[in-house]
Design a protein. Sequence first.
Length: 135
Amino acid sequence: NGSTEFAIQDSGGVDRFMVTSQGLSVSASAQPANPTNGTNATCTWGANSTANYGFLNLVMGGAGTANAALCTVTPGYTAPHAIVCTLTPQNAAAAKIPINDGPFITTTATTWILTNNTTGLPAGTYTWFFMCGGY
């Protein structure tokens, strides 16, 4: 029929990409369970997010703890090496965090963790776009 389909396993589901004469169609896997929350943190996925890409919402109900986990994500697979992630602010609160105070992502082959820097995040609502994957 002139189309080619690619399937990518992630998050316990399969993302399907089909290239046809009309263009590219994407069928994403189901949204995984919300991440595990750290102290004073409530972590949820944005609409249509997976454990590998999308939006991560973080509500800090009080001051965060320095150097502590905010959100722990288990994508449901084991990568050959540590998972690699990028994080981009998606709301004003996340964008105005000074670089030296901003959270960062630590990874293993089976998890990625949004972690407070040496200054814990203050109470507030933060949203980031993220993209993670194993290689």
